[in-house]
Design a protein around this ligand. Sequence first.
Ligand code: BV8
Length: 229
Amino acid sequence: MYQQIVILTGAGISAESGLRTFRDQDGLWEEHKIEEVATPEGYASNPLLVERFYNDRWQQFHNGCIEPNAGHTALAKLEQQFEGELLVVTQNIDDLHERAGSKRLLHMHGELSKGRCPRSQQTFILREPFGPRHTCTCCIPAQRLRPHVVWFGEMPFGLDRIQHALDSCDLFIAIGTSGTVYPAAGFVDTANHHGAQTVEVNLVAVDRHSQFQYHLEGKASELVPKLVD
Ligand code: BV8
C-alpha cells in the first residue's frame, strides 16, 4: 500500500503522558514569554532564567511518573511492522518516542537530555538539570553548556534529511501539533506538492487544517493505535 511514510509529532502526543503543551490552555507559553526563554537573545541576556525554564521541564520529565503513552508505542510498533521507509520527525524535546522503542526518529528541535558547547557545538548527555557544573570538555577554558534545543531564529536539525523524506513520501501524518511553528508547519505543503496523502490527528482543527486531506479528531493515544492497526 504505502512505501514511504513521514510522521510529524508535536507536544500533543506527549500531553496524555502528563507533559504540558505550549499553546493549549495552561500551556507553557501562558506562563513564559517566548522571547525570554526560547530565543538566543533571551539566553544571552538571562541564561539563568532560560536554564530555570528548561530545568522545570527537566524535573517534569524525570519525576518518575512520565511514561510513553499508547500513541508513542503505536508508532514504535508501526516502525517494527512496516516494510517500507518510515521516519518520525518530532518537534518534542522529551525522550518518550525513544522509550517507546522508536529508532527511526529525528528530534528537529533538539533534546532536553543533552547540553551543547556554545563554541564547538559538541553535545553531551546530561544526567541532571542544567547548572554551573555543566561545562564542556572540548574547550580551554571550558564553556558552560547550553540546552541542546532549537530556539526561535535558530536552524532546526536534520532539515536535509526531512526534506528528502518529504519529497519521496506517499503518506504524511501530523500528530498533536498546532501547525504554528515553521518550518515544521510547512511540511504538509511539501507532502501535498509531491502527491502524498496527508492526515492530521488532533483534538481540534488546527491552523493548517485545510492543507490536510484527512482529519482524525480526538486523542492521539486512542486514534494512533487505531491508525496503526
Ligand atoms: C527557523 C524550543 C531559520 C524547544 C521551539 C517560515 C519559515 C521558516 C521560519 C519561520 C517562518 N515563519 C516564521 C518563522 C520563524 C519561527 C516561527 O515559526 N515562528 C512562528 C511562531 C510563526 N521559526 C523558527 O524560528 C524556527 N527556526 O526558522 O530557522 C530557517 C529559515 C528557513 C528555513 C529553515 C530554517 C525554529 C522553531 C523552533 C522553536 N523552538 N521550542 C522547546 O522548548 O521545546 S518551538 C515549540 O513549538 C516547540 O518546539 C514545539 O514543539 C513547537 C510546536 O508546538 P506544538 O508541538 O505544535 O505544540 P502546541 O502546544 O503548539 O500544540 C499542541 C497541539 O496538540 C494542539 O494543536 C492541541 O490541540 C494538540 N493536542 C493536545 N493534546 C492532544 C492533542 N492532540 C492529540 N491528542 C492529544 N491528547
